[in-house]
Design a protein around this ligand. Structure first.
Ligand code: HEC
Length: 146
C-alpha cells in the first residue's frame, strides 16, 4: 500500500506546485496587460497635451485601449494575487463592486474609441477624462499604492 500512497502524495504535490505556477503566471500576465494599458494612456495624454504631434495615431491608440479593456475583463482569476502583485484582496472579496469597475472601464474605453473614431473631437476632453476616471476609481479601491 505504501507505493500508491506515496505516488498519490507526489502527484498531489505536483498539482499544488502546478497551480502555484499557474497563479504566478496569471499575475505576471495581468501586469503585462496593465502595463500596455498604462503605456497607451500615457501616449494618448502626450498627444492630447500637444507634447507630440502624432494625432493620426489616436485612432489606433483608442481602438487598442478598447481592446485592452475587453482583455482586462478576464485577467483576475481567483488565487492570482501572488508574487510581486499590487492587486488587493478586495478584488475577490467584493466581486460585484469590482465587476462594476471593470464594466465602467469597458464603457469608458468604448466611448473614447467611438469619439475618436467619429473624428468629431468636441467630446474628446470629456471622454478622456471619463477614461482616466475609470482607471482611478478602480485603482483607488483595488490596487495598492506602491
Ligand atoms: C477594474 C480595475 C482596474 C481598472 C479599470 C484599471 N486598472 Fe490598472 N490595475 C488594476 C490592478 C488591480 C492592478 C495591479 C495588478 C497587479 O499588480 O497584479 C493594476 C495595475 C496597473 C498598472 C501597473 C502595472 C504593473 O506593473 O503592475 C498600470 C500602469 C495601470 N494599472 C494602469 C491603468 C490605466 C492607465 C487604466 C485606465 C486606462 C487602468 N489601469 C484601469 C486595476 C485596474
Amino acid at each position: 500500500m505504501r507505493g500508491p500512497v506515496l505516488l498519490g502524495l507526489l502527484l498531489t504535490g505536483c498539482l499544488v506546485q502546478g497551480q502555484a505556477q499557474a497563479d504566478e503566471h496569471a499575475a505576471e500576465y495581468r501586469e503585462e496587460i496593465m502595463e500596455a494599458v498604462g503605456g497607451h494612456m500615457q501616449a494618448i495624454v502626450k498627444i492630447a497635451k500637444g507634447e507630440v504631434a502624432y494625432n493620426d495615431h489616436l485612432v489606433v491608440l483608442a481602438r487598442n485601449m478598447a481592446g485592452l479593456a475587453t482583455i482586462a475583463q478576464n485577467i483576475f482569476p481567483e488565487g492570482s494575487a501572488v508574487g510581486d502583485t499590487h492587486a488587493l484582496p478586495a478584488i475577490w472579496l467584493e466581486p460585484e463592486a469590482f465587476a462594476e469597475r471593470l464594466q465602467a472601464f469597458l464603457d469608458a474605453a468604448g466611448h473614447f474609441d467611438a469619439v475618436v473614431a467619429s473624428g468629431d473631437m468636441s467630446g474628446f476632453g470629456e471622454a478622456l477624462q471619463g477614461l482616466g476616471q475609470a482607471c482611478k476609481s478602480c485603482h483607488d479601491k483595488f490596487k495598492d499604492d506602491d
